[in-house]
Design a protein around this ligand. Structure first.
Ligand code: HEM
Length: 132
């Protein structure tokens, strides 16, 4: 058996938090039609419950992300450029998620929700790309 070390723990926590932030958003989108059938407030109640779980996960992503960066050996410029792209996608994912949480109109809810999902998927993709 391979040994479990701090790198294992670090990447486990990072990927676990990513599965909540990204997977949670996708799951919420998938169940919205069923929630709407339950009642007009069901979607809001479910979304609020998700945010109470999602933002701590985002916090774990940022903390374990900083730990990831601190644990990196010297990397070529191409890696640094990819990491910078990741930073931009993570910040945009957080900002649009906050805008989505504050949105009051249906159109603002729609575009901010779509963008936060896209940026979260982008951060996930670039994360795997970095780890290759
Ligand atoms: C929406 C937020 C984020 C998502 C969805 C995400 C997702 C991921 C995923 C899936 C991996 C691949 C893990 C593996 O296969 O080993 C990864 C790796 C990585 N992430 Fe993130 N991450 C996020 C935020 C961050 C942040 C904020 C930072 C830096 C401050 C960061 C830095 C890194 C680094 C350096 C790696 C490569 C780790 C290694 O190869 O040892 N991530 N990320």
């Amino acid at each position: 058996m391979k040994t479990v070390d701090w790198e294992t723990v670090r990447l486990f926590l990072h990927v676990l938090a990513a599965s909540v932030w990204v997977g949670g958003q996708l799951t919420l989108v998938a169940i919205v039609p069923a929630l709407r059938a339950v009642g007009s407030t069901a979607t809001t109640v479910a979304a609020r419950a998700f945010t109470r779980f999602a933002w701590p996960a985002f916090g774990v992503l940022v903390l374990t992300g900083i730990w990831n960066v601190a644990a990196l050996p010297d990397e070529p410029a191409s890696y640094e450029h990819t990491l910078t792209l990741k930073y931009v996608l993570v910040v945009l994912s957080g900002v649009t998620a906050y805008a989505h949480q504050r949105a009051t109109s249906r159109s603002a809810l729609a575009w901010s929700g779509a963008l936060t999902g896209l940026f979260a998927l982008g951060a996930l993709f670039v994360g795997v790309w970095l780890a290759q």
